[in-house]
Design a protein around this ligand. Sequence first.
Ligand code: NFE
Ligand code: MG
Length: 504
Amino acid sequence: MRADFTIDPVTRIEGHLGIYITTVNDRIADAYCAGEMFRGFEQILAGRDPLDAQQITQRICGVCPISHGVASCQAQDIAYGIEPPFNGILLRNLILAANFLQSHITHFYQFSILDFVDVLAIDSYTGQEPALRALKNWIAEQRSSNEIFPAAPFLPGYESEHTFSGEDNISILHNYFKALKARRCAHQSAAIFAGKLPHAPALVPGGVTEQVDAKRIATFQSRFKQIELFIDNCYLPDILSVAAKFPEFFDMGKGCGNFLAYGVFPSGHDRSKCLFPQGVIMDGGIQALDLAKIHEDVRYSHFAPPSHLKPTEGATIPQTDKEEAYSWLKAPRYETSVLETGPLARLLAASQANSEHPAKALMDQFLQKLNREEKHLPSVLGRHLARAIECKILVQACFEWLSELRPGEPTCTDFTIPDQSEGIGLTEAPRGALGHWLSIKNKKIESYQCVVPSTWNFSPRDDRGTPGAVEQALAGTPIPDRDNPINAVRVVRSFDPCLACAVH
Ligand code: NFE
Ligand code: MG
């Protein structure tokens, strides 16, 4: 793997990612994404009681644990031949939605916003708020470490645009701290029905063990009112400010242009209908998902061959001394296609599947405000915008699900574990399409394979040498100053990496 320079570790993300970059004429010619640790959850699960799976897989991540819990429960639902009752479906939706909100808010404010604001300008802030000063001091310390921060001017020709003025800057930094409260509120909401977060004990095959009553509904609702205020008054306006100040990031980080969504948040009335529907977008058009087309290549991964296996036949055998290998991620592919997954994929699939979907109206509304078109959405700013719009849609949906809950009625269904069975749990995590493939033999887990959103996005090259989604998105990114490759990490962060999940 040739590289002119590396960014390793990439900071302000989940997990351990290295980026290896070559440039030509101050633009990225080639990029490699390396996931840099092995975790072994798929091995840990083999041979265990299947009922351990929704607990153990939640430990894959502290940010999107609920998605893993839900995927695992759904795989077991199918394997046991059961379905959660009406309340069980809605409770899973509410807990998962709260986890999405926590994750998206954290990603924008704690991980990404520092790519765009000028924290050192806090000096000119006369309020001298202790928390803001603490943040500034922390950032001053990070400057001598691996952290990469904006150094204006970011790009030639944009000098005058590129600093938030004192008041705007401080206002966004204030929201950095409000975001911490909002994300706590999201965790508290989820805990009402899920038990202690982040790893929720109440998620089980057949539904959720917590009960529904008026007090729990009201408490969830009141917390969500606070989150709604944060999204309306901080998150969406801040996205607009960043987009107005840094418009060129609608033209950066385009990526492969094909998208994957498994579908998530089923209706309690008709489980085949999801708030965000399933679909694959290829060459601009939506098509039905064909699961048989999903494979994982390992030519460039630290795993033993054979390569190009389906998750039902998948193996995860580490091989540290493998020539060509540069990542601990496998390379998932849809036949031979590279797919991007995440909030943007969900919104695009939703608006293509149904022109009346709120995703369509909201995307149109924001694009119009910013003088942009749908073709600009696959970009750094498009992905940040999609995440914020998704929050808006989810809060509304949660209010509806809360109003539909049936106090006193069952929340889960009984089951027995069969001697032998199989199940596939397909859902969405904050970062995109998540699948768990389970097979059971002699009442124990025979095989457990996870194909995870960040594995799709941050995959290394596949068997044919085709770069992964983020590797493609990085190509062409301007790097005017190699000592400060801020644009590269802006592209990377727009995908909201979780390498902890990706390597699982
Ligand atoms: Ni660790 Fe996760 C999400 C999953 S990562 S955060 O969202 O699954 O791709
Ligand atoms: Mg896997």
